[in-house]
Design a protein around this ligand. Structure first.
Ligand code: F0G
Length: 406
């Protein structure tokens, strides 16, 4: 069933499935459009300065310049991970660091489009359920747009840094007992029609998040890497990346997509489990548990879209343990890059696949880091304190041990 682009609907009125925005045509030949994208980097139009709106040929159209809400998101580098590559046993590893966005997370890429659409349809108040990052991002963009913002968070399960951001940007915080899945259910149940809903099931957010892959491919000089590795939580981001590759191929911008690898935490792994068991229907994890609180999600809403992305790209879904996440995160820190725990699933996943002979050591691999190291400082301090207390003074931890002793 087709709806008009700006209709305010959360799901298909007929079958209840998530909505998806269809890209009907792209203005210009691929080489011409790629050149136009580069030329826009010299422009001072706020849309050209944004690493999302610069690629607006692949975004929903029809917004005036004045209603485009942007914080100059995107424009984040692709950085070689040298120590990380050696640790994982690969030779050609690149990090696309989406944590270096305005609020420290990839959510900003989708939020600039989502909030612009909310403004376009006249919304006065916006809301989301969140493990923390969506809340921080929504709060910032809502503040820019002059909208009221309400965020539903799983009580006691959100990092202080993310909670602090949401408060700083003036959001009303509602703490819900239970997990992210409970917070999302509560929000959906209590939504009164006035609140414009901005979780990643909102298809406008998915459109914005697609541009991360366009920017990355431009940085690779349009040479497509062999693998694209990303963390999986509610699975909106992996759906967005899959959609980007599909559309880029459909319109002749690339010839093939990279193989997508979605990595979940083993305590919150419904997609990885389904993939391993060759299942067709996702069974939610009842009580998701992981140190990577950003992806502590048992019932991901976008699983069908993510599964489609895996099938389209000949990809795979895997999971890694909390300890593997912790080790990988430390190594990414030693590369001078840093990230939050959820993002480190990528490097942990790469090492696991190489060891299992499922990823070639000389493949070109792009890993998406989704959140900034400062997003969860409690995690870092606690990990090093615990090590210091247990007396395991490895060379790598010595600086933290000193800090603890002072
Ligand atoms: N990495 C980080 C840092 C995240 O915050 C999230 C999701 C993901 C990965 C997974 O992305 O859900 O699209 O599969 N965080 C959401 C939030 C759920 O509320 O901030 P996904």
């Amino acid at each position: 069933m087709k709806l008009a682009l700006h209709e305010r609907a959360l799901a298909c009125p007929r079958c209840g499935e998530l909505l998806e925005i269809g890209l009907v045509r792209v203005e210009g030949e691929p080489e011409q459009v790629k050149r136009r994208w580069l030329e826009r980097r010299l422009s001072s139009d706020p849309r050209d300065r944004s690493g999302v709106w610069r690629f607006r040929e692949f975004l929903p159209a029809g917004y005036e310049l004045e209603e485009t809400i942007t914080l100059g998101e995107g424009n984040v580098p692709l950085i070689a991970g040298n120590k990380s590559a050696a640790w994982a046993g690969v030779r050609d590893l690149w990090f696309k660091h989406l944590g270096w966005n305005p609020t420290g997370c990839f959510k900003d890429l989708g939020m600039t489009v989502g909030i612009t659409e909310a403004k376009h349809v006249g919304a006065k108040a916006v809301g989301c359920a969140s493990t923390g990052n969506t809340a921080a991002s929504l709060a910032a963009y809502a503040a820019r747009a002059g909208m009221e913002c309400r965020v539903y968070l799983p009580a006691g399960q959100v990092s202080h840094n993310k909670l602090a951001q949401a408060l700083d940007f003036g959001a009303r915080v509602v703490q819900i007992p239970g997990s992210f899945d409970d917070a999302l259910d509560t929000l959906l149940r209590n939504s009164d029609g006035e609140l414009y809903f901005l979780n990643s099931i909102n298809p406008f957010r998915i459109e914005g998040q697609k541009t991360a892959m366009i920017e990355m491919l431009e940085q690779f000089g349009w040479r497509v890497p062999d693998y694209l590795v990303c963390p999986g939580g509610n699975l909106g981001n992996s759906s967005a990346f899959g959609k980007a590759f599909e559309e880029l191929r459909q319109f002749g911008f690339i010839e093939k997509a990279p193989r997508m690898v979605i990595v979940q935490a083993s305590g919150a792994n419904p997609l990885a489990r389904m993939w391993r068991e060759n299942g067709q229907v996702l069974r939610p994890v009842e009580r998701p548990e992981t140190v990577a609180t950003a992806i502590r999600i048992g019932n991901p809403r976008s699983w069908k879209k993510a599964l489609h992305a895996l099938q389209f790209t000949n990809g795979m879904a895997i999971d890694v343990t909390d300890e593997e996440i912790g080790e990988a995160k430390e190594i990414i820190g030693r590369d001078g890059i840093g990230c939050e725990p959820a993002s480190a699933t990528t490097l942990a996943g790469i090492r696991k696949l190489v060891r299992a002979g499922q990823m070639e050591p000389d493949a070109r691999i792009a890993a998406v880091l989704t959140g900034h190291a400062l997003k969860d400082t409690d995690y870092i301090i606690k990990r090093f304190q615990k090590r210091a207390e247990s007396g395991q003074q490895t060379e790598r931890s010595s600086s933290a041990v000193e800090m603890h002793a002072h």
